[in-house]
Design a protein around this ligand. Sequence first.
Ligand SMILES: CC(C)(COP(=O)(O)OP(=O)(O)OC[C@H]1O[C@@H](n2cnc3c(N)ncnc32)[C@H](O)[C@@H]1OP(=O)(O)O)[C@@H](O)C(=O)NCCC(=O)NCCS
Length: 329
Amino acid sequence: MPETRTAGVTGLGMSVPSRVLTNSDLERMVETSDAWIIERTGIRERRIAAPGESTSTFAFGAAVEALNAAGLDPAEVELIIVATATPDMLFPATSCLVQHKLGAKRAAAFDLEAGCSSFIYAMAVGAQFISSGCFRNVLVVGADTLSRITNWRDRSTCVLFGDGAGAAVLQPVKPPRGIFSVVLRSDGSGADLLKLPAGGSSLPTSEETTRNGLHHLVMNGREIFKFAVRAMEEAAAEALRNGGIKQEEVDCFIPHQANIRIIDALAKRLCLPAEKVLVNVDRYGNTSSASIPIALYEAVSTGRIKPGSLALLVAFGAGLTWGALALRY
Ligand SMILES: CC(C)(COP(=O)(O)OP(=O)(O)OC[C@H]1O[C@@H](n2cnc3c(N)ncnc32)[C@H](O)[C@@H]1OP(=O)(O)O)[C@@H](O)C(=O)NCCC(=O)NCCS
């Protein structure tokens, strides 16, 4: 039997499109205002993919940086998981496109879809392969290009989202470092609250679905808002409890970056002071699966997370799905 090992983050990377879409740009596209968007969401600008760019573009960029940071040759990667709800194509998996671009010749590759919780799910899955002794070098990427499924005429959703990717290399580490507490949940009764109606096997793309705009994301914002606060509070509290840690021991809290009001309400419920809460939704909007790894990357590169720091990651998303993960960096 192989020994049981703890998985830890040994390298991080991120990649976002260079094109910036500001709230004033959106004022020229739909009936909205910079003031409304900032007050109701906290978002000031977001990054939008250029023609020719796609989810694999950013996934690859983030992956290269994460591998370099970990000092890992692509040929040594054994598993690539791309967490995404907007793959380049329905199939083949975007992870295979990334595997090829990287030249990761020995790696298994698959995509994982759990809405905006996908990165937490993918980290949990990747960590299992390390704990079981199956693999030593796992690459987890969270990448989305939501601009491609956004209805740019719907002001209630088009102001919210942005594109990009973040990546983490997982390798065996010595405790107390590593991932030590994971919570994953789902509730499909809320599937209609946030979905992409057409393009799958239940409603294949047709002239009619296109005419009716069913290839665009639809969302019940108010219900998702209420669910988000409740679900992330539950997952974060459970991850702390399972890991035997108290709120005050958390050095950096990284919630899914969807809306500043959701983040503030959550931090208040968890009694976490603002200085411990990572916020970058103002600069990137909601980048879905990329939101947590981009925030984690920024927390480490700005020194808010240092070796030995305790980070608590928590997300919610379509599905419905939600989850949390505690790690010592
Ligand atoms: C979408 C969201 C920002 C809307 O904020 P809200 O405070 O709930 O706003 P409401 O939906 O109640 O709308 C209030 C009013 O603002 C209007 N409005 C919506 N979007 C607007 C915009 N971009 N600019 C100006 N007005 C807007 C609505 O039409 C509504 O007008 P009405 O009262 O005349 O009908 C908020 O519900 C939210 O963030 N929900 C969670 C979404 C999310 O996180 N999704 C991702 C999941 S991973």
